[in-house]
Write a protein of this length. Structure first.
Length: 642
């Protein structure tokens, strides 16, 4: 059942390239065009004003209209295909919005550029994309030059559940809200209530988020605002942030199914994650499904955990006593109403579009997309095989202890097998200096049964070992843990239960994204190993983003400087944002931080010029050789410890 919403009036410029689409013939023949929306797809609403800009030698506005349907995944209707000149325009399913149009006499580019409100607009300075927002001031200035008025807005009927964007235009990245897995929806309501009441500027909203949720930096608040925009819960209107029609609808109804469907329509692997856990699965198993079946390319479980927070707080999934996730009855009932991907489709060819306001001069060919450098673990190594095999052999406790110690040693711990009467199995020492070091005693349990149960753990002896070895933390490692009683006792005794599957996942993650011992303290700070592993994954995910940012800056700078010379952060900004979704919220201040860091001794991978721009060393091979030289100077880590 559809519903009607009052939509705030906003305006957009939609650009048509006559070399690729015969806009003049289309306007003479049809009154509705299903316009491709490669940018701002989460912001365009049914009911918005649309001005059609024809590019080329006779550039200018040639039509005025209204968006008449909410954006969704559509192919080009057959009646419109005859106007496509260049096959790059594509007939494929992608995110489009129907635009009801009325042709007007050409309003030339010169007349538009003469308006003070428009002289610096991207359509004038850098017309390289398809969708451009107009501020209310810009729209009203243009309105005075248009013959007649824009088509009148009619009540817009939205579907009962939001229509999905095409898979390739849904975002890979979700972002967490504060408060833990059960609190996302509650805190979302607080955010939307405040925005509905204040319609704040972005800076004011970020400041409120920092104060309300005690964020230590503005980065988290900024990323929350960006994510809620991408999820179509917020929109910007005249510099102020307000609720989108979707956000207003959810705040009015508090319908969990509607919220999940909205996230599913904008974010990849939302409904698909629910479908993957009809039977209970661990976060690590879900991560494997995401990467194998949907090509998500995630190096950590952070994105699984973030989706868990949204879905668990909405009541469509839950966690069982062993930390596995499973769809609830509400989740199962919602699934048939969602359009699910059976597997990830291949990405369509690049359209060669670039965002506006690019300081570096445009090229005849688009800059190649930069992919993050991933080093996946493709097959289990000997230690992983040994851990899995010995964990389930009650006759091999010593072999299991040695395998567990080796696994922790690979994370950077000093791991000592003690064993014997009156001693703990393994002592871990995180040698971080006099004040920051910590010690962990590890008790290893093998079993041929489903999992280690409460009676198999001697809690009193663990307390004694903690005191004897002056340990900060206690952990028990086993193949699995069975029953709610063992989990409850672990919480009471402040003991971390770490199953072999999770230990293997953390080790695999370390091989891809190595983290330090202070980060691995998070594994033991909370008796709930799942929360600990999730915290480590978040830290690794953040480090990975910075690492990829640094690598892409070096590659991009080398590619551009050949013709452009030294580059500033702003020069790199739009080009970098095109290189992948992982940088969709990157700021030029972030780029500046990386540029400065990469230019400093001892490595000095970039050279800073007198005008505060940057150049590479002239060869990425030289850059890599410098990093390898540092690795060689570190020598044998075992020797350094001695």
């Amino acid at each position: 059942m559809a519903f009607t919403l009052q939509v705030p009036e906003r305006a957009w410029l939609l650009q048509a390239n006559p070399d690729r689409y015969d806009i003049d013939s289309a306007l003479k023949s049809i009154d509705t065009i299903h316009w491709r929306l490669p940018q701002y797809s989460s912001d365009v609403n049914a009911g918005d004003i649309a001005l059609i800009w024809r590019s080329g030698t006779d550039a200018g506005i040639v039509a005025v209209g209204r968006i008449s349907s909410e954006p969704s995944a559509l192919a080009v209707p057959e009646i419109e295909q005859r106007f496509t000149v260049d096959p790059r325009e594509g007939f494929e399913v992608t995110t489009r919005g129907a635009v009801r149009l009325r042709a007007i006499p050409l309003l030339p580019k010169a007349a538009v550029a003469a308006l003070p409100e428009m002289r610096d607009h991207a359509i004038i300075k850098a017309p390289m994309q398809t969708v451009y927002p107009l501020t209310p001031e810009q729209w009203h200035a243009l309105e005075g030059l248009l013959p007649g008025q824009a088509p009148q807005s009619t009540p817009v009927e939205y579907e009962e559940l939001p229509k999905a964007f095409s898979w390739n235009q849904r975002r890979k990245s979700a972002y967490p809200l504060p408060g833990g897995y059960d609190a996302y929806v509650t805190n979302l309501k607080s955010m939307l209530d405040w925005v509905a009441e204040h319609k704040p500027k972005r800076e004011a909203l970020e400041r409120w988020l920092r104060d309300k949720f005690s964020y230590k930096s503005g980065k988290a608040a900024s990323e929350i605002v960006d994510f809620l925009h991408r999820a179509s819960l917020f929109q910007t209107n005249g510099g102020s942030i307000e609720l989108s029609p979707y956000g207003a609808k959810w705040l009015q109804t508090r319908d969990a199914a509607y919220l999940v469907a909205l996230l599913h329509s904008r974010i990849q692997f939302i409904g698909e994650m629910i479908a993957s856990i009809i039977e209970p699965r661990s976060p690590e198993e879900i991560l494997a499904i995401a990467n194998i079946d949907y090509s998500m390319g995630w190096q950590t479980r952070a994105q699984v955990d973030r989706r868990r927070g949204w879905l668990q707080s909405a009541g469509v999934i839950s966690a069982d006593s062993e930390g596995r996730l499973v769809a609830t009855e509400a989740g199962r009932q919602l699934l048939p109403r969602l359009e699910l991907q059976s597997s990830a489709p291949s990405a369509p060819p690049s359209q060669g579009e670039a965002p506006a306001t690019v300081a570096v001069q445009p090229r005849a060919m688009p800059f190649p997309v930069l992919e993050p450098q991933v080093n996946p673990i493709t097959s289990p190594d000997e230690l992983e095989v040994l851990l899995r095999r010995t964990a389930s052999l009650a006759t091999a406790p010593i072999e299991f202890e040695h395998a567990v110690a080796a696994a922790f040693a690979s994370l950077g711990f000093d791991a000592t097998n003690l064993g014997g009467s009156g001693k703990t199995d393994i002592l871990l020492v995180a040698a971080l200096g006099p004040t920051d070091s910590y010690r962990v005693i590890v008790d290893c349990k093998t079993t041929s049964h489903e999992g280690v149960s409460d009676p198999q753990i001697d809690w009193t002896t663990l307390d004694e070992h903690r005191e004897k070895h002056e340990a900060n933390y206690v952990a028990v490692v086993g193949p699995a843990f069975s029953g709610p009683r063992v989990q409850e006792r672990a919480r009471q005794k402040h003991v971390t239960l770490l199953d072999v599957k999770r230990l293997i996942t953390i080790r695999q993650q370390h091989l891809r994204v190595p983290m330090g011992l202070e980060t691995y303290r998070l594994l033991f700070d909370n008796a709930d190993a799942d929360h600990g592993a999730a915290s480590v994954a978040e830290a690794a995910d953040d480090f990975s983003r910075w690492l990829n940012l640094g690598a892409d800056i070096l590659r991009l700078a080398r590619a551009l400087e050949v013709t452009e010379g030294p580059l500033s952060a702003r020069d790199l900004y739009w080009n970098l944002r095109q290189s992948g979704e992982q940088f969709s919220s990157v700021a030029d201040s972030d780029i500046q931080v990386v540029l400065e860091a990469l230019s400093r001794s001892p490595l000095a991978l970039l050279r800073k010029t007198s005008d505060n721009k940057f150049q590479t060393l002239g060869s990425l091979a030289t850059t890599r050789a410098r990093l390898e030289a540092l690795a060689m100077l570190l020598g044998d880590v075992g020797t350094l410890k001695k």
